[in-house]
Design a binder for this molecule. Structure first.
Ligand SMILES: Nc1ncnc2c1ncn2[C@@H]1O[C@H](COP(=O)(O)OP(=O)(O)OP(=O)(O)O)[C@@H](O)[C@H]1O
Length: 245
């Protein structure tokens, strides 16, 4: 008689790269996020969808530690972020591109690119210029003289110099011409293929559904729905209903 086989251990589910549990956030007396739960797996692209004022930017600011008036548990690579300042969170591998793009308007494109600390594995200037040749052409122009699309490209690639593991992108397609949106989407697809995890705040559903593996729907500071990529076609009306159009 043969010995019974030991039960096969099922593979441990991979720990999320980012886990947000019961996040509440406040601006003074104003309670804006109400028990937000979300997670991002390594290499996953997740979108946050919701109307203006729903709390999407506030969620990103809370993760980044820019908004400190928050409770709940945020862990990144199994480390709790609550006590860390935003530059410490950035040093752990989280990069944030805010809606207002936060490039230095008085510095040139080149100076903007050279300002953030470059880390091993981060984008080199050569890669940046090969991806967006217009940034090479505009190298000596001040940030203030760039078009909206050029500013958005610059804002994204400058944080890639630091080799982040998680990118927080706030409405990257907002106000941009379709041809520029296409270029940015193609670049983000490349980043995704290379394994970068992204939280994408978007009102442009086409853009979001092209890139994201999962969508969280935020209404008045509550996550009310979660839609997986393969359910998007069936649930498109539900998603559209929650956008400010
Ligand atoms: N600095 C602030 N002080 C006070 N209230 C704020 C501040 N920033 C945002 N709020 C409020 O918090 C709520 C959530 O704003 P948030 O910017 O997170 O929304 P959003 O979903 O990102 O929408 P939008 O695309 O309009 O930025 C809104 O009611 C907004 O008015």
């Amino acid at each position: 008689m043969t010995a019974p086989h030991a039960p096969l251990a099922s593979p441990a589910p991979s720990a999320p790269l980012l886990s947000v549990r019961d996040l509440n956030a406040y601006y003074g007396q104003s309670h804006v996020l109400h028990g937000v739960n979300l997670s991002v797996q390594p290499g996953e692209v997740v979108s946050l969808i919701g109307r203006n004022g729903a709390g999407k930017s506030t969620t990103l600011k809370s993760i980044m530690g820019v908004l400190r008036s928050r409770t709940g548990e945020i862990t990144f690579r199994e480390e709790r972020l609550a006590r860390l300042g935003s530059h410490q969170i950035a040093a752990r591998g989280v990069a944030w591109v805010p809606e207002e793009r936060a490039i230095m308007s008085t510095l040139t494109v080149r100076e903007n690119l050279e300002l953030p600390p470059a880390r091993p594995g981060g984008w080199t200037l050569e890669r940046i210029y090969d991806t967006f040749p217009v940034l090479r052409e505009r190298g000596h122009h001040p940030g203030s003289k760039l078009s909206g699309g050029e500013q958005q490209m610059l804002a994204i690639v400058r944080v890639l110099r630091g080799a982040p593991k998680l990118l927080l992108l706030d409405e990257p397609s907002e106000g941009l011409a379709p041809v520029i949106v296409e270029r940015i989407a193609a670049m983000l697809e490349t980043l995704k293929r290379e394994g970068l995890a992204i939280i994408l705040v978007e009102q442009n559903l086409r853009f979001a559904t092209r890139l994201a593996d999962r969508h969280y729907v935020l209404v008045d500071g509550h996550i009310v729905d979660e839609v997986h990529r393969h359910d998007v076609d069936a649930r498109r009306d539900d998603l559209t209903r929650h956008l400010s159009i």
